[in-house]
Design a protein around this ligand. Structure first.
Ligand SMILES: [Zn+2]
Length: 511
């Protein structure tokens, strides 16, 4: 890692990506540089020095030179030997002083640079760069390309900022589209949570985030949390994965996961809970359209829990807050109902009836027509399933849906019993049973998942301007998907982590 001051020799000035002052990015508060594509034909963005001059000429805000005042756009002049705020500095004739460089890098203009070079880089857009290089500055990816084409200014960056991975592959960070951060693997999670304190749940969530991060998962969709968990709890871990959260799932009294606090019936209750979830920072609204297997009591996975009108109201309320709806649905009747209500994703989608299965081809066509995505929650031991949902049946259902054109995305339902958060990469080879190649599966777990979750403008591919979410794995995952289980470097929003790889893959595989 190297810290570089922004001055005329800074690499970004020689690149098509130029530093600019962002009006919106939260990174601004910390003084970080944000890189933005320069539109062809447009004037280059003003460099900080130009902005200072303009501001000076305009005569506005000439009192911002106290070191504590911080932030971009503040006047920062300092005559060597003179203290900040010294009137002599401000009154000493302007332009000459403004051209002087401080004797040390200005903290407000420091960027962190990491240059990762690997045997190959999979961009997630179908490109394989051999050997390839990715440049990260602060939170962002700023350059991706063939190593031999690394622009000279970046090539001159000190060796301490360069991470050489001559036998590894760099690819976008993995995305698990269905997890439960707060469940912790207890036998009946929604019930067990009732006997757990808020602090214990927060500790469970933080352990889950760390486990996910070290397993190379840089984004998760958390589909159901207790009522006292909000987006601030989920974001608390420094540099954990990005969490898209559904906060409290909507259900019925005594229904699936009612212990999380989301039982609703009347229209006003539905509207209130959806509004409260939006206030808590929900990215999705989760609704338990059918009962489930982990609640017990009178929760039946085969039967719908809501009326058509109630479900329609939930979708309408979510739309009013601009939020997509994820529908938990096992039984065929519930799947049919969810599709009719216009949800955005169907979770599990197991087409179950009390005594068998009923895959409705007409409903499958509607899923395709309405562009509803299906997350079939395939975990690492799905192939070994023999009980109520044997893999042979499941595989056939999924093939039928795929052949019809249904968009499937991977997710594990991690947090439920026997499904630890770090097993996502072990579940991915199972998708070869559905006809996917290794390259298809990598795309499914990165670019396609990001697109399905509507975050492909941020992550999912290695693209200049995107958030710095990536992993490096040993060898070539295109020939051996097992490589994804042992990431050696994980970057979450530009923060680098080095997972402990001393345990073997076998030790990592839990029952
Ligand atoms: Zn779930």
């Amino acid at each position: 890692m190297a810290r570089l001051g922004t001055h005329a020799a800074h690499p970004c000035h020689a690149l098509p990506w130029r530093a600019r002052i962002s009006d919106r990015e939260p990174a601004r508060a910390s003084g970080a540089l944000v890189f933005s594509p320069r539109r062809a034909g447009s004037a280059p963005p003003a460099r900080p020095a130009d902005r200072r001059r303009r501001r000076r000429r305009g005569g506005a805000d000439n009192g911002g030179d106290h070191p504590q005042s911080g932030g971009w756009g503040k006047l920062r002049t300092r005559e060597p030997g003179a203290a900040f705020g010294d009137r002599r500095t401000r009154n000493a004739g302007g332009r000459n002083i403004l051209r002087q460089r401080p004797p040390y890098p200005d903290p407000a203009r420091i960027v962190t640079v990491h240059i990762l070079e690997a045997a190959r880089v999979l961009t997630g857009r179908g490109q394989v760069l051999t050997p390839g290089t990715v440049v990260l500055t602060d939170r962002r990816i700023v350059w991706v390309g063939l190593s031999r084409q690394l622009p000279k200014p970046w090539a001159a960056v000190p060796a301490t900022a360069r991470i050489r991975l001559p036998e590894a592959t760099i690819l976008p960070g993995l995305i698990d589209a269905h997890v439960h951060l707060s469940f912790g693997g207890a036998p009946r999670p929604p019930v067990a949570l009732l006997a757990t304190t808020r602090m214990e749940v927060a500790a469970t969530i933080h352990a889950a985030l760390r486990q996910l991060r070290d397993a190379g998962i840089t984004t998760v969709r958390d589909l159901g949390a207790p009522r006292y968990i909000d987006s601030s709890t989920l974001a608390d871990l420094d540099a954990g994965p990005r969490v898209l959260t559904a906060t409290i799932p909507l259900t019925v009294a005594g229904g699936h996961c009612a212990g999380l606090g989301g039982a609703v019936s009347e229209t006003a209750e539905i509207d209130q809970l959806v509004a409260a979830n939006a206030t808590r920072g929900a990215d999705w609204i989760k609704v338990m359209v059918t009962g489930g297997f982990t609640t017990g009591g009178r929760s039946s996975p085969y039967e719908p829990q809501f009326t058509d009108d109630q479900l329609a109201r939930i979708v309408t309320a979510a739309r009013a807050h601009g939020l997509p709806v994820a529908a938990h649905a096992h039984g065929s009747a519930g799947i049919r109902q969810a599709v009719g209500a216009g949800v955005d994703s169907i979770e599990h989608c197991t087409w179950m009836t009390p005594d068998g299965f009923d895959l409705d081809h007409g409903v499958v066509r509607e899923i395709v027509n309405r562009r509803i995505m299906v997350c079939p929650t395939i975990n690492h031991h799905a192939r070994d399933a023999t009980g109520r949902l044997p893999w042979a049946v499941r595989r056939e259902q999924l093939r039928v849906m795929l052949d019809a054109g249904v968009r499937l995305i991977p997710g594990t339902d991690s947090g439920i019993p026997q499904t630890p958060h770090d097993q996502y990469a072990y579940s991915l080879p199972i998708w070869t049973d559905l006809g996917y190649s290794a390259a298809d599966i990598i795309e499914l777990a990165t670019a396609a998942a990001a697109q399905a979750l509507r975050i492909d403008h941020l992550t999912g591919t290695l693209t200049a301007g995107h958030v710095g979410d990536l992993i490096a794995v040993p060898g070539d995952p295109m020939t051996d998907l097992g490589a994804l289980t042992t990431p050696v470097v994980v970057a979450t929003a530009g923060h680098l982590h080095y997972p402990d790889t001393t345990t073997t893959a076998e030790e990592n595989t839990r029952p």
